[in-house]
Ligand binder design. Structure first.
Ligand code: ADP
Ligand code: ZN
Length: 513
């Protein structure tokens, strides 16, 4: 193992950093000792150095498995610019490019070789004839169907430990939940790997969730308050990114869309302008931000609900990498949940994805410190409430909501559990619209029993009742509201229900619709 002095000099000379970030030094010395490691660090935490620096000082080549060509290219470009001999191999290269790489491999002039898992098989022969110092597996959660980004080609990586028995493996990911972690070690055949879990707490990110009413107006107002700063609005569809960018432009902001349907040139241009601070706002699908290094993003908005907390955390994590206060805003809508449910029925491990979406939804609807919920999801417990989320800033007080709950639940019962939330609210508020009149709902005893409460307030009360388990949404049956075992206690056993006091929430920004 090289001396610490030598390691620190290398850090300075090749990477330009004065000191290590938390955990980096410990991980690097474990790698030098030849141990296997699993590194869990949030995006932007500084994972790359953990294998790039050892790669430089170890005698032989380091193989880096990476899932995306764009990521490989960025890292290799960065390394080469720092004078480190690194290349990547992937299927988009010409035969002569690949021949050159094979030649360099034989001549042992490379320190790092990046390769997609799909392309590993091309290298079988070459790799069996040259000595390898280290194998790094980036985005290692892709091996696990428990993770949020499963990739079949990662499945085969388990053979690496057998084939290159003495070669240490370092697996890296930003996904921290316990089940995924264990699954990664298990599948990579590194059961004794040391796990390094960096803190996921990013206290400089203010967390806020609002209902998705009049999203555009809210976004315009939000950006007005954050003028002259950079931000990203994440949207679910390509169409929304374009529409939203157009509307923001119409409101006098400089904004552009970014999505996978655009040409490579168009996307590079948007990315460059954003990084160079000539374009402050990007409305993007999730494809934006991976591998871009911009530390002064001041805010991130989620126009749509992300499909799980990992994605959400990764995306808000693109704000405030410089450590300065930054804002995040998530819009919560039931239409989005329905949309995401549909994706889940058509792809991958359906049950896991549904459970993850449920956690996402609970986060959005929480009435307790959001950071606590987020961090506990990543296996980190904090004692104190954070003071920098909307719930902490405006904690709700509670009222006796028993009567409200009884009214809501009996309406669901009278409607024979066959209507969605909007119709139930219309009925208890005595609306005279087509659905109500067509179905003769004005004749029900529950019709108009709670006119005095606004539509929006009812929506909030229903969300709370769902969170508390008194009502369920049947997602596969047109989102009709259904009663649960708990609702019977309210209807027949006079169970008391505590609900957050909307009057107190309303005075606050959070209720800013
Ligand atoms: P990750 O792969 O975990 O998302 P990166 O390895 O890309 O993170 O590092 C994120 C940012 O932090 C990069 O801009 C990188 O240059 C910077 N960085 C990493 N280690 C250090 C360090 N020891 N000191 C200062 N900056 C660092
Ligand atoms: Zn909080």
């Amino acid at each position: 193992m090289p001396e610490l002095k030598k390691i620190k000099e290398t850090l300075k000379e090749y990477f330009g950093y004065e000191s290590f970030r938390p955990l980096q030094e410990k991980i690097i010395s474990s790698v030098f000792k030849g141990e296997d490691n699993l590194v869990i660090m949030p995006t932007g935490g500084g994972k790359s150095i953990c294998f790039q620096l050892p790669a430089l000082l170890l005698p032989n080549i380091t193989i880096v498995i990476s899932p995306l060509i764009a990521l490989m290219k960025d890292q290799v470009d960065g390394l080469v610019a720092n004078g480190i001999p690194a290349v990547y191999l992937n299927s988009s290269q010409t035969e002569s490019e690949q021949t050159l790489i094979f030649k360099q491999l034989k001549e042992k002039t490379l320190k790092l070789l990046y390769v997609a898992p799909e392309s590993l098989s091309f290298l079988q022969e070459e790799l069996s004839s040259i000595p390898i110092s280290l194998i790094a597996i980036d985005e290692a959660h892709c091996i696990s169907s428990w993770g949020h980004d499963f990739r079949p080609a990662y499945k085969q990586l388990g053979y690496l430990k057998n084939k290159y028995a003495g070669v240490p493996i370092i697996a890296l990911t930003a996904t921290a939940d316990k089940a995924t972690r264990a699954d990664i070690c298990n599948q990579l055949n590194i059961p004794h790997a040391t796990q390094h879990l960096a803190s996921f707490d990013r206290q400089n990110l203010a967390l806020e969730v609002r209902p998705a009413n009049k999203r555009i107006d809210q976004i315009v107002e939000f950006i007005d308050l954050h003028s002259d700063s950079s931000g990203i609005v994440y949207c679910l569809s390509r169409k929304t990114t374009e529409e939203l960018a157009g509307k923001l432009e119409a409101n006098g902001f400089k904004a552009a869309a970014y999505h996978a349907g655009m040409s490579h040139e168009q996307r590079s241009k948007v990315q460059e302008d954003f990084v160079n601070d000539t374009l402050p706002i990007v409305c993007a699908t999730i494809a934006f931000g991976m591998g871009i290094d911009k530390s002064n993003v001041r805010w991130v908005i989620h126009y749509n609900l992300p499909k799980n907390l990992e994605s959400y955390y990764q995306e808000i994590g693109r704000a405030g990498r410089d450590g300065l206060p930054s804002s995040t805003l998530l819009f919560h809508s039931y239409a989005d949940i329905i949309q995401l449910q549909k994706f889940n029925t058509t792809s991958g491990n359906k049950e896991v994805q549904e459970a993850k979406l449920e956690r996402m939804k609970q986060y959005a609807e929480a009435l307790t410190c959001r950071r606590k919920i987020l961090l506990s999801y990543f296996g980190e417990l904090i004692e104190e409430d954070c003071g920098n989320c909307d719930v902490c800033k405006n904690p709700p007080d509670f009222i006796d909501g028993t009567l409200l709950a009884q009214k809501a639940l009996s309406a669901v019962a009278r409607l024979k559990e066959s209507e969605p939330i909007s119709t139930v609210i219309d009925v208890i508020r005595g609306a005279k619209n087509a659905v109500v009149l067509d179905r003769n709902y004005q004749q029900l005893t529950v019709y108009g029993i709670a006119k005095e409460i606004s539509w929006l307030d009812w929506q909030y009360y229903f969300i709370q009742l769902m969170n508390l388990g008194y009502i369920e949404i049947a997602f596969h049956q047109k989102n009709r509201l259904k009663l649960t075992a708990l609702s019977k206690k309210v209807l027949f056993e006079k169970e008391q229900v505590q609900l957050a006091n909307l009057a107190s929430i309303k005075e606050k920004e959070q209720y800013n619709t």
